[in-house]
Design a binder for this molecule. Sequence first.
Ligand code: ATP
Ligand code: MG
Length: 695
Amino acid sequence: RGAPPDDQQLMQGLAEAPDVEAQMVTLVGLRELSEAERQLRSLVVTLMQEVFTEFFPGCVVRPFGSSTNGFDVHGCDLDLFLDLGDLEGPQRDPKAPASPALDSALASPLDPQALASTPASPVDSPGPASPQDSETPASSLAPPTPDSALASEALASPQSLPPMSPVQEEAGERDLGKTWEPGGSLKGEEREGEAMLELVGSVLRGCVPGVHSVWTVPSARRPVVKFCHRPSGLHGDISLSNRLALSNSRFLNLCCALDRRVRPLVYTLRCWAQGRGLTGSGPLLNNYALTLLVIYFLQTRDPPVLPSLTRLTQMAASLLAQFFSCVSSWELRGSLLSLREGLPLPVADGLPPGLWGGLRLGPLNLQDPFDLSHNVAANVTGRVAGRLQNCCRESANYCRSLQFQRRSPRGRDWGLLPLLQPRSASSLLSITPIPLPPAPFSQLCAAISQVLEETLGCQIEPNGKRQSPGDGDGDARLRGTLRKRPRLEREKGQTSEGRQGEAGTEEPALEAGGEEELALAAGGEKELALEAGGEEGQPGSSGEQLHRLGQPLVEREVKPLENPGTEEVVGAVQGEETGSEAAQTWLCTLCHRVWLGRRRVRRQLQQQAKGEMSWLQAEARVTQELIAQESRKQRPEPEPPRPLLTFAAATSPSGPFLTLTQLQDPQGLFPDLHHFLHGFLPRTVRAVLGCEKGD
Ligand code: ATP
Ligand code: MG
């Protein structure tokens, strides 16, 4: 791009645009900095950085304002903050020089000649050496990118957002203003501040090639040194105590990234206000104030175009966790997720008549916003949709753990790391649910019990929910058994309170297999407790962890806490949860490989029985025969059966799926079993349900 367009070119460019929206976008294009102009600014910043480093080792020159906030225009001023880092501390005695160059400058702080003679070669400069150096000033001059990556990057650092209230801001800035004040009288403090400002002015004047017209404005609300840089044609301000400006510039930039209509609107209104003499210096609004007015307007639309700062901070903390918990709880099969409307449209009874002919409904229905008759996820099977929800549920639970929220002091994987590591094959199976036939939940549970126990010969232990109420010992025993099964001997009989205490000193792990696996499938290590001891329908009242295997039934908000044992459960039990239809879990122990050779044995039995057996009877007989065959193989004496494999099976009223989680599997048999049950279970459960109907 060549020279910036003049007013006539601007007007002509706008006149040629097809509509007002295009005019607003054109205005941005014609007024914003070109790439070359940005690079030039970066070079000037780099030059200043090199010179100031000679005098203040470790300092960082940080641009803010229109060079970084997304509202740059040709020739806009270059607002710079000279960040002196530790030098700013109150202990800092301005008379104690930070470098030989400064030493010499302070000998005659207001004498430009003395400074000019100070060796300050940019070539020899060691460059910035402070910890903030990774953020090079030049790189922060990048143009605003209205994309989600930038937004999420900014969202991920809520701490970089400015304080909430002007009072706080003022207090903070007053402190910053005192940076150079050794604690003497106001007059003395002011003099010190002014001296430092003059010193910076002298460095600029004497040591930065091409700089001219330097003068200090110590009386401004934020004292600055003004300067011009002849080779680039740039003019700007350097301030010493304006850290908040970095935050608010970043906030404005984030607003640009959050909605691409923000820049055209602000550019248009800035231009409009300037033409009407509303913005400028003195009693007029400045551009920053006008921009905040526009952002406030956008925050107060219905629905809001931009979130409030408070909301932004909340979002930054919890969007990832919220995504997982929302997606895991959505009723996917029965709804069409409409991006056009931003709503789930109920389709459990089919599509609304006459609408979106051709849209193929399935386990996951995501309507293409531009082709309403197209389900972009029509190819997704129930198994995959179920796995998506299980993965989300598991990850939502993990996001509640300290392991997610805090960096591990012991170097363990923490935060995102466990979420991004690929899962092992067997742990993938644990989140691959087995589809079940539709049926009333209680009947379904009864049928599953029957298949597991009678047809397959599992020793099963259903969850405490359905045992006699008030059987406290039984509940505790059950919880202990379930949680501790992999370490049965060591931890038998431990109560949930005991576990919570232990969890407070131990980080949970998101690793495949065994205990952690179960904990994750079930609701996070610290939260795993079959809801057995607590009163039904009184969530949170006792602090009892209301999670069940495979299904978090309580909408929770868990604050990051020091001690997870004192976590508050906030929220309400949803839907059927308070009634009799709670999630159901069975602890299953198999002592025989009842999936091996079934077909052969079934054929033999069917031949013997000449087709007089029902499917269910046949399958139960097959299991018996397989067990008998195995016993016969044991010589000389059949041994008492020993557990071969233990696993948990879980289902909940919200989805017709059974989720299996391996608990103890020393021989690695779980994948075979899972594969077998995937085919066998739905069919056999259906047979049981069919029999019941027949009765
Ligand atoms: P331009 O320089 O093109 O007029 P700008 O976006 O740089 O636009 P300025 O008015 O120069 O706006 O403000 C620069 C920065 O200084 C702002 O981004 C803000 O961080 C800070 N600032 C300006 N005015 C105020 C104010 N009244 N209160 C607090 N900070 C302000
Ligand atoms: Mg400015």
